[in-house]
Ligand binder design. Structure first.
Ligand code: 2NL
Length: 339
């Protein structure tokens, strides 16, 4: 029996040494120390031994058991360490490897110029107003003195969602909504996306951007309009810029005008940018029509105001010398990278 135990001890040691993973160690544990394991079987057979032999063999069997348990413990620790080492090796980061370049996006030229324009008007005490792109026919047309069948609707033919709902053709509806819910003084700019059912070409897009402005208070005159818009022109195009107001007509302002700025490229001499005239048309403006004030809930006998509107796309194209509006909407990275 003693020899049998010696044999088990050596066999177990051999197998433990060869094991390379913890699962194999578990199998060995079961094989020798489990309920049906070889050591357990021997211990069960101790009954057949003489009373003198029994304590000696019993003691030895226990030593063998402790020995095997100890070896298993050591082997497990060893295997765990090796496994951890292997895992760490797999996670090793070579900090000398060249990094991956992170492509940083840029700001679209439309937004770049919009930010500049906003800053100029913020500096004069204006704040931003916004409104829905799907707008009631009432706010887009009726409240601005453009009733159904008015010829101005032809120029601003838009996409109808239903009889009374349109895609806004200008951002003026924002300003009517502002007049309805706020008391003067009002000093806002209303930037946003607008729509017209135009065919696409180098200068037309069915989707484009507008910035309108509205000032309403007691005693507002054409002088306030001129001062504000001249200041804007000088800040945006340069301090040397001169302005010119030409009479015009809009249904929602009276009197109305268009503002030209002296060409920021040639200074007024005439060049390719101003098409030889020395002047560039940049916006429309006027004193808010009394009927429009009234529709906004403001008494025209107490208050007056001025308003203006400009096409953001056009301003961006003038500023950067872009000759095709489609470039602003195609998202061609070769174009966008230049800003
Ligand atoms: C242009 C001309 C203009 C306005 C927009 C306006 C808004 C209200 C009342 C009166 Cl609520 N007027 N807006 C006034 C004059 C001109 O836009 O050529 N835009 C691109």
């Amino acid at each position: 029996m003693r020899e049998q135990l010696e044999k088990i001890k050596l066999e177990a040691l051999e197998e433990i040494k060869e094991a390379t993973n913890s699962q194999r160690i578990d199998e060995i544990r079961v094989k020798y120390l489990g309920k049906k394991g070889s050591l357990t079987t021997i211990l069960r057979g101790m009954g057949s031994l003489s009373p003198e032999e029994r304590p000696i063999i019993g003691k030895f069997a226990n030593e063998v058991r402790e020995f095997i348990e100890e070896e298993i413990k050591k082997a497990l620790l060893n295997i765990k360490n090796k496994e951890r080492e292997l895992k760490i090796k797999g996670e090793y980061i070579d900090i000398t490897m060249p990094g991956k370049k992170v492509e940083i996006g840029g700001i679209h030229p439309l937004n770049k110029v919009l930010d500049e324009i906003k800053d100029i008007f913020f500096g004069m005490g204006f704040s931003i107003a916004e409104g829905p792109e799907v707008e009631l026919d009432y706010y887009n047309f009726e409240a601005l003195n453009v009733p159904k069948n008015h010829p101005a609707r032809d120029e601003q033919d838009t996409f109808y969602i239903s009889e009374n709902l349109v895609l806004r053709t200008q951002t003026s509806p924002i300003q009517v909504r502002t007049m309805e819910k706020t008391k003067p003084p009002i000093r806002i700019i209303a930037p946003g996306r607008v729509y017209r059912s135009d065919a696409v070409d180098a200068t037309h897009s069915p989707i484009f951007y507008q910035i309108e402005g509205l000032v309403v208070d007691k005693g507002i005159t054409m002088a306030n309009l001129k001062g504000t818009l001249e200041t804007f022109a000088k800040r945006f195009f340069g301090e040397k810029t001169r302005t010119k107001f030409r009479p015009h007509h809009f249904p929602f302002t009276e009197p109305s005008a268009e503002m030209d700025v002296s060409c920021f490229v040639c200074g007024g001499e005439g060049c390719r940018v101003c098409k030889g005239s020395g002047w560039i048309e940049i916006l429309g403006c006027g004193m808010v029509h009394p009927d429009v004030l009234r529709k906004g809930g403001i008494d025209p006998d107490e208050y007056s105001g001025f308003a203006f509107g400009m096409g953001l796309d056009r301003i961006v194209m003038i500023k950067y010398g872009i000759d095709d509006i489609r470039l602003l909407y195609e998202n061609d990275i070769r174009f966008l990278k230049q800003f």
